[in-house]
Design a binder for this molecule. Sequence first.
Ligand code: NAD
Length: 282
Amino acid sequence: MSITLAGVIGAGTMGNGIAQVFAHHGYRVIMADTSDAALAKGLEAIKQSLARQVKKGTLTDSDAEATLARITPTTRLSDLAPCGIVVEAATENAAIKEQLFREVSAQVAPTAILASNTSSISLTRIASWCTAPERVIGMHFMNPVPVMQLVEIIRALQTSDATWQTVHDLSLALGKTPVTAKDAPGFVSNRILMPMINEAVFTLHEGLATAEDIDTVMKLGMNHPIGPLALADLIGLDTCLSIMDILHDEFRDSKYRACPLLVQMVSAGRLGRKTGRGFYRY
Ligand code: NAD
């Protein structure tokens, strides 16, 4: 099936990046959010990202304009009805996602694919909310979407081979490298990343070394481009904690217990870059 029109739900950090990548690769995009203000913010982020590419010389002015012109903002979910694929990147909240998937799956064509960019909610559960669960799949982009190469594709128990194949080929058409994972808590990416970050927080909590030195060990010793505590600040400590809690609850294994310092930092509102303070000050 050939897709020319893509829907993106959510114009936030991930949604505007996903919309930009589709539009950059020639797809027309309908980007939905709940308010005009959220859409305006998302479009502004896309404009700035395209301007950075023009400045670097990786994109021409006219390509940037054409990319932007392919994106239509809307506050009406019904405008997504003609889309060949809808990628949901709304707030990480199961109740919000359930309502969205129930509504959108009742409106799109029988051939349309519904993808979610969720970091931690079970795709099998999301598929169970939809009228055609075999056409539901995870498309887990990384932040920042226009820059990061990976798309983790997650197959729900119900996902058909045809749906998987279409999304795999589509990811390649978007210039990404797809990797397929089974539907399990944290998939592959967060199953490995979050316990590593959590362990880095434990080393800080136990006073083994300073935050700077812990990050330096991982950067210079393990060749990581950014240390785990700086990365946690970038992702948001609330997000890190909620993913650890999901791993802990769903595997019921104490090895995934969140470090008490991570819990305290979130209680104190020190969520990382977005609040100006996390393990570092910004
Ligand atoms: P965000 O808070 O930046 O953006 C979420 C957007 O969804 C907001 O603009 C909000 O107004 C909108 N929204 C909420 N309810 C809606 C509704 N009913 N209809 C339409 N829009 C609605 O969040 P984000 O960081 O972009 O995360 C979005 C999704 O991507 C989450 O599922 C998250 O787990 C996942 N994700 C995030 C990252 C990351 O690094 N931030 C990485 C991978 C995956």
